[in-house]
Design a binder for this molecule. Structure first.
Ligand code: GLA
Length: 384
């Protein structure tokens, strides 16, 4: 991560005052894909790519937001902030402000500088990192502390209601509540969670297929609609099925003939993915890395074949990893249709693994992938 002191210096240079500094991380999901909006289970970890936010009060009634990454500033009167999105990077911080204002927090005149190194469009939750960093900074400026799960819910509302992306709670939750050296098994129904230590000798190798991912894209939206269609058909038979979290493989066998074939496949992925995710957390907690790796592999096949949420490049990246020394498990991570694979790798092999995977992928696809050896990191926090 870039030196936060640099962001502070830039902020001070532009706004002539000292700032409070905050950070909120991106994430990688080890297992549990497209289960969050079905009120199921996910097991992400925060990573050491993050959005940093520098914030200071102003005396001129303005809210001024500067994005270092785009070298661009926007400014609005604090008492007349935009109420609708503009299709611009500022939608993310402004969406958070709109939700906080709706909750009764008066947004004071402020200067906010944002800088991030979560790769954009790579399925590592750059948008959640911006939202959670903004919310943490504003609440810090206001001197208000709210519990991490509640912070995540507010940021999810910014994404759903203001930005207009119909995603679930996973990304905002882990960005707000991650813990260094741990993965987090989250029950997306009640937001209870359990931390599972990632063993000292295991590395998170994140390999970018370089195929752009977007939760605002048609693929994510269509899949979510298919999942919800399957759920509605099952609920007609068993009203206690409110979300696919409540459905079983037996339900799919009993009523599957009524569900359109694609929706049935998506539902089979979600129902079995919930089981795999809970089992994977158990394996990680027991130190059964072989079991964890096998579940990750099964999860990728289900994501690719039943959910059809992968892409040729991601399938290739996962396949090319299989016989490399040190691999524990590999799968496509995040919302799908591109983005990154997560490879759990024995630490001693991580550098050689990354080099070999890069070379194999380049030869197979002609694409030069970005590969990062990451650590599970802390969730949102104040730096100074
Ligand atoms: C994106 C969304 C999440 C989740 C994943 C798929 O990251 O933002 O809410 O649905 O896709 O697991």
């Amino acid at each position: 991560m870039k030196d936060p002191a640099a962001l502070h210096t830039w902020h001070k240079g532009r706004y002539h005052t000292s700032a409070q500094l905050y950070a909120a991380p991106g994430r990688v999901n080890l297992i549990g894909e497209h289960t969050d909006y079905a009120e199921g289970f996910v097991m992400p970890a925060a990573i050491d790519f993050a959005t940093l936010a520098a914030i200071s009060p102003r005396a001129d009634g303005q809210v001024v937001i500067y994005a270092e990454n785009f070298a661009e500033e926007v400014a609005f009167p604090a008492d007349a902030l935009p109420a609708v999105r503009a299709g611009h990077w500022s939608d993310y911080p402004l969406g958070v402000m709109a939700v906080l204002a709706g909750e009764g927090y008066e947004i004071p005149p402020l200067s906010l500088s944002l800088w991030g190194d979560v790769p954009l469009g790579s399925g590592l939750s750059s948008s959640a990192a911006v939202e959670v960093a903004t919310a943490t900074a504003i609440l810090g400026l206001l001197g208000v502390g709210i519990p991490g799960p509640q912070l995540a819910r507010l940021c999810l509302r910014a994404e759903n209601e203001f930005v207009g992306a119909n995603c679930g709670i996973m990304d905002q939750f882990i960005s707000a509540n991650g813990k260094a050296d741990h993965a987090l098994l989250l029950d997306c129904r009640d937001l209870s969670f359990r931390l599972a230590p990632i063993p000292e000798d295991v590395a998170l190798v994140i390999a970018n297929t370089m195929v752009k991912h977007s939760v605002a894209g048609a693929g994510y939206t269509t899949r979510r609609a298919e999942v919800e269609q399957a759920c509605a058909i099952l609920a007609a038979h068993r009203p206690e099925i409110k979300f696919l979290r409540d459905a079983t493989v037996a339900d799919l066998e009993a009523w599957g003939h009524e569900i359109p074939p694609n929706s049935l496949k998506r539902a089979r992925h979600v129902v079995t993915e919930n089981m795999r995710t809970v089992a994977a957390a158990g394996a990680l907690l027991r130190g059964d890395l072989t079991g964890l790796g096998r579940l990750m592999h099964e999860a990728h096949l289900s994501y690719s074949r039943d959910f059809e949420g992968s892409c040729a490049e991601a399938d290739t990246m996962v396949a090319l990893a299989q016989d490399l020394p040190g691999l524990i498990g590999a799968r496509l991570t995040g919302g799908g249709f591109g983005g990154c694979t997560i490879n759990l790798v024995e630490k001693d092999y991580a550098a050689a693994f990354a080099a070999a995977l890069r070379e194999r992928y380049r030869q197979a696809t002609g694409i030069n992938p970005e590969i990062h050896i990451c650590h599970a990191s802390a969730g949102a926090h104040q730096i100074v």
